[in-house]
Design a protein around this ligand. Structure first.
Ligand SMILES: [Zn+2]
Ligand SMILES: [Zn+2]
Length: 204
């Protein structure tokens, strides 16, 4: 497998959905491409994605694979890793794609350092121009490198998530709002929503 095989129309839809073109979106596009090639697209929750970051790339994955928060077949584990797992329910096939940031910093230039300065607002216009140029180079690399160079493909380390279930609602005894049963807490015989449970010091 070589350069990106996604058609331009799909890429444009992802850019439109996300709002801008950036290296993170490119990483998500390539991860989505891998999922499409190996597992297919989610029709009615057939494919489930588990993402370990909530940054740019996840938008591309939603557009490409059809795994979305609203459908319940996109799950977020807040691990701060550029790691994307995909599962196919019909046969339990799955893959976990890990993007290694070091691949962007490797070239022996000052990309990492410029990024740090940029985040601290310490870059002069020259440095900023150089950083933007480097970002474009990296994005080009992400979009044209063979997928097996962009990601390390591993066996998923989570069990395949179960289908979204419709759960019963209860009423919070403190605020009176409806809340999914699985998200309630019990306190001294009362049923509470998480918000009221966490604020209990204020009203107890
Ligand atoms: Zn972005
Ligand atoms: Zn409540």
């Amino acid at each position: 497998m070589s350069a990106c095989t996604l058609n331009q129309h799909l890429i444009e839809r992802a850019v439109e959905f996300h709002g801008h073109w950036c290296p993170g979106l490119a990483i998500g596009l390539r991860a989505g491409e891998y999922a499409l090639n190996h597992l297919g697209r989610a029709a009615d929750e057939e494919i489930v994605a588990v993402v370990e970051t909530d940054m740019c790339g996840v938008d591309a994955i939603q557009v490409l694979t059809g795994c979305t928060f609203g459908k319940g077949n996109l799950l977020f584990r807040d691990h701060g890793k550029m790691a994307f797992s995909f599962y196919r329910r019909s046969d339990g096939q799955g893959v976990r794609l890990v993007f290694d940031r070091a691949r962007l910093d490797q070239a022996g230039d000052d990309f990492a350092e410029l990024n740090q300065k940029w985040l601290r607002n310490e870059l002069d216009p020259d440095g900023e121009a150089r950083l933007m140029e480097m970002r474009q180079e990296r994005t080009r690399w992400i979009m044209t490198a063979p997928l097996e160079e962009v990601f390390t493909a591993k066996t998923p380390d989570f069990a395949m998530p179960r289908p979204a279930r419709i759960l019963t609602s209860l009423t919070c005894d403190q605020c009176g709002e409806s809340v999914m049963e699985s998200r309630t807490r019990r306190l001294e015989g009362r049923t509470l929503c998480i918000a009221c449970f966490e604020a209990r010091d204020k009203w107890l």
